[in-house]
Each structure stands twice: as C-alpha cells, then as structure tokens.
Write a protein that binds this ligand. Sequence first.
Ligand code: GTP
Ligand code: MG
Length: 208
Amino acid sequence: MDNGSANLGLNFFRSPCEFIAGAATVDSLPPISLPEIAFIGRSNVGKSSLVNALVGQKSLARTSQNPGATQQLNFFSIGERLMFVDMPGYGYAKVSKTQKGIWDHLIRFYLAGRTTLQRTFVLVDARRGLMETDIAFMDMLDETAVNYQIVLTKADNVSQKDISAVLQSTKDALKSHAAAHPVLLVTSSETRLGIDTLQEEILPFVLK
Ligand SMILES: Nc1nc2c(ncn2[C@@H]2O[C@H](COP(=O)(O)OP(=O)(O)OP(=O)(O)O)[C@@H](O)[C@H]2O)c(=O)[nH]1
Ligand SMILES: [Mg+2]
C-alpha cells in the first residue's frame, strides 16, 4: 500500500494552506522543514498573485496594485507537504537604500544557502520582457549557482504576437545564463492561463 503520494495530482494544490512565517531578517527565517519553492521578480510583477492562483485562493498572499506590497519573505505551507516562499520585489524605486540592502542580503542569503529550496521562479512581466534589473538579478543567481526558471506573468495583457516576440528574445537572452532552466512558462493569474503547467512543474518537489 502506498501512502497516497504516488497518486498525487493537481488536486494537491487545493490542500489547506497556512501562513507559517514572515522573515524580514536572516535571523527570523523559519527553520528548514518542507521542500520550498521561491517566487522572485521585479516589484509588482505578480508574485503574490501567482502564489494565490496556484492554490486557487484570492488572499492567501497579500497583493496590491502599488509596488512594494510584500515586505518580507512570506512562507506558506500547502498541505503540510510543500512551502511557497513569496518574496519582496526588486527594482522598487521608493524603497530606501538601507532597506534595499537588507532585502538584498536576506534574499541572497536565503537563495544561496537554503538546503530545502527546490526551485526558484523568476517572474518577468510579459509586457516588458527582461529588464536591466532582471538581468542583474539573474547574473547574481548564475554566480551563486542557484538554478532558476523564468515565468512570464500577466500574459492576459499581451497579444499572442507580442508574447511570441518576448518568448523569443527571452530564450535568446537565457543562452548566456548558466543557471537558467531552458523552458519558459507563460502565465496569467487573472485568466489562469499556464497555471496548470506551472503546477505540473512544481508537483515533483512535493514531499512524498
Ligand atoms: N492583468 C493582470 N494583472 C495581474 C496579474 N497578476 C497580478 N496582477 C496585478 O498586478 C498587481 C501586482 O500584483 P502582486 O501580486 O501584488 O505583485 P507582486 O510581484 O507580489 O508585488 P510586490 O509584492 O510589491 O513586489 C496587482 O494589481 C495585481 O492584481 C495578471 O496575471 N494579470
Ligand atoms: Mg507581493
């Protein structure tokens, strides 16, 4: 008899979710426990919305139309078998230099050292494609050997033709990033486009 994990399907993402911890400093990171999936990207790119879309909820993670909504690393347990880590965005102009430095250190410390981190999704706005801050962040991930996968967000705002162009230019750019996963994902938290595919990508990491 198996324990049910062999049959784990996308219904897993409907498991009860719980806010576990918010860490604004390295010292307040929760102890390692479950496999973790991190969501990072420019401020306002749709990280918290994507976390909500993945678990089919509206307000597990706080979202806002104003950038700078997420101010710490927020840990959410899904069915006590997986942890989503929703991060503060980079590239937010209104944050003080001191605060930027603290987040930068915290995010680097977490990404480079967290032994339970399974996958880092770097979110990129499908309307804009890769921007300078994204490239700089990806360079840092390459240097610290943290594997990551690009997820285009807000695809509902973009025509199919423009998506194809952004996909192509992003794919070309990834060739010079050693730690980038070659497969790009296109999503919309609004229409749920690509959410199933992203769930499929995450499923192998769920605690068996
Ligand atoms: N049209 C559209 N809007 C979206 C989508 N995802 C998020 N948004 C909107 O984009 C804004 C920012 O979303 P958040 O999820 O708060 O973005 P974030 O990356 O967590 O932002 P910070 O925490 O500030 O870094 C909100 O107004 C969302 O409603 C999407 O797929 N389509
Ligand atoms: Mg957020």
